[in-house]
Design a protein around this ligand. Sequence first.
Ligand code: SF4
Ligand code: SF4
Length: 469
Amino acid sequence: MELIIHAKEEIIDLYNKFEPEQIDKGNNNDETALLVMNKLEKKATEIKFKPSHYNLTKEKNGIYIIYNTLYGGLIILEKDEYDYLVSGIYNEKLSQLSDALIHNYFWVTLSNDEKGVYEFVRKNLSDGNTKMLNLVVTPTMRCNARCFYCYEQGVEYSDMSYECADQLLEFIDTFEGVREIRINWFGGEPLLKSDIIDYISEKINTRNIIYRSFLTTNGVLLHDDILNKAINIWKLENVQITLDGTEEEYKKRKNYIETISSPYQVVLENIDKLLFNQIHVQIRMNVDENNIISIIELTNKLYQKYHNSDYIRIYPGFLTRKENSSNRIIESQDKGQIVELLLSEVEKRNFFGAVNSLYSFPKVNACMFDEPNSLAIDSDGRVYQCEHYLGRENKKISDIWTYNLNDNNGEMPVESLSTECKECTLLPKCMGGCHAHREEKNDPCFIERYFVEAMMNLLLNSKAIRDGQ
Ligand code: SF4
Ligand code: SF4
């Protein structure tokens, strides 16, 4: 047995707060089991537990790795130890193993309502968040890069007017009690309408409110004057840039309106400038059937160049299937292998944020779709629950002239999720995944799923190598 990560104290504390209601419903056997858990009393001859529903298990050559997605413990077991875990029958002779299983919640009591515990944990981890307003705003739906896969294809390419910007400021003011606002400037390519970003940011800066911003951009237009404004006026903290391969592949995918001799090099230089100014950069690499080799090469290049920086993170994104589109997508069964391949290319896996996904807290919300005070607003002032729908009239929930707080469904309980997600072992890491993808019959599972599974496989492989298997 090798206990690699302990269960999170914070979640155990929450469990203990939830527990009393559940004990009353339990049978005697459970109560004895709880005595063992709490007092380590080892007199009972047969005490039964059940393996946690949230134990995610992988096996290779008789070695088992188990990660509990709710409590966060990770353990490696030999076959006989794993059989013991599955049996659930406490054996006092195996005290070290039993203690590890009990105290890290790989074993839970028979009457444990684990989904109820997760719901309770979600409620308690959520801070109600009504003091923070998260907006995704598109100053323009136009874009200079014209990528073939852009999901905003087919939407109207309009710019935000100053009248609309003024209304947006009034809309922000209607969220009483908000102390902090975060805007993700999105597009289109938001830097094509940087004057609107200046205008809105300057006005927000005069308000008694904390303001920070994020930017989702292709990175070509981040000239020095823009960067100066971004730092001083837009309060920019984080930038997401897409690179879908090394220079050759990049050229095939982007079709810039501007005549720039090497947009790829321009983007790399701009990434350097952002990092120099301590602005976080996330590089999204969209993987499809045609660019896997190039993405691996890019991963290596970025790793060589930036692995000492604390401000950069890279991650794979997967294109989705769309009507009338030539996107050649990766099927969900292959995504895990691709993520594993990419992770195995770099020594420091947190360059991908992959290690974080093993240590992160259970998710309170899936994404902005079910987060309170999180909304997306397009250049015409339409309001959506999700950035994926920007520019689509039939998906709007309101507009910034008529919005009222009840227009947003907000938080969704576990019960409202699909049966597949409700029963999924990974639910605490994902909270039901992407609603928009599910609606469009694409894979809803978040990248965390593939990170967790890939990290487990890599740990299993390195254990097998250490053991000479
Ligand atoms: S529903 Fe999907 S596309 Fe929309 S915000 Fe959530 S993760 Fe993003
Ligand atoms: S979206 Fe995928 S990983 Fe997430 S809960 Fe549903 S099935 Fe599980």
